[in-house]
Design a protein around this ligand. Structure first.
Ligand SMILES: C[S@@+](CC[C@H](N)C(=O)[O-])C[C@H]1O[C@@H](n2cnc3c(N)ncnc32)[C@H](O)[C@@H]1O
Length: 201
């Protein structure tokens, strides 16, 4: 699409697309949804090396919070992710591509216990397990508005875990089937239809 080509050619988007991640393929949608929703608060559970968080923060709408415990059995992998996230995010800030981006390191469920802000856009990408995503969702649900958008990554790569959770959500939904599968859910059916039309579902 011409719109995508124009966006892709900006230095900020080229920078974003240079970040390596299993989340690749959703950057332009993340940038678009932020532009559409103009969220005051975006929460990204699982920032890893920073791609999704930087993509959500790109529009500089409100505040974007990346939350990750950076849990990985392999300590060197965890340290590498942390160093890469800081490197990528500091570069994004230094180059003035993002502002109002906040990183919180800790278990998302514990952080939710102290949370006090309504959330417009929630992205969950910090688990591959059914019980765990249920738990994450229940912890963050009290902060969602009726019109909030919930994005869930890994719907296609873990069909009996994350896919099952997404299928069971009693909300209006869309699913991007490319990559590892990104599900979108909202309590606002007309917003869901608008997004579906724009993205030709
Ligand atoms: C696939 S990565 C996220 C990718 C990221 N959204 C991106 O754009 O590159 C998943 C992240 O979830 C984190 N994670 C895994 N299990 C977790 C748990 N139980 N609690 C919190 N974070 C967890 C990992 O540390 C990892 O950084």
């Amino acid at each position: 699409m011409a719109r995508d080509n124009k966006l892709r050619s900006t230095p900020a988007v080229q920078f974003i697309q240079s970040i390596s991640s299993s989340w690749k393929g959703y950057e332009l949608f993340a940038i678009w949804i932020v532009k559409k929703l103009k969220p005051k608060v975006t929460v990204d559970l699982g920032f890893d090396m920073g791609l999704s968080t930087i993509s959500f923060a790109h529009g500089n709408c409100g505040h974007t919070f990346g939350i990750d415990w950076l849990t990985d059995a392999n300590f060197s992998r965890k340290r590498m992710a942390m160093e890469s996230a800081f490197h990528n995010i500091l570069n994004a800030i230094r180059l003035k591509y993002v502002k109002n981006l906040h990183l919180i390191i800790g278990p998302p469920t514990e952080i939710s216990n102290k949370w006090n802000k309504e959330i417009d856009l929630l992205h969950i990408d910090c688990t591959q397990h059914y019980e765990d995503i249920q738990k994450q969702y229940e912890h963050w649900k009290p902060f969602l508005k009726k019109d909030s958008i919930i994005l869930i990554h890994d719907v296609a790569s873990f069909p009996s875990e994350i896919g099952r959770f997404f299928d069971e959500l009693p909300l209006s939904k869309l699913l991007f089937t490319h990559g590892k599968g990104l599900g979108l859910a909202t309590g606002n059916p007309s917003l869901c239809r608008e997004i579906a039309e724009e993205w030709r579902f």
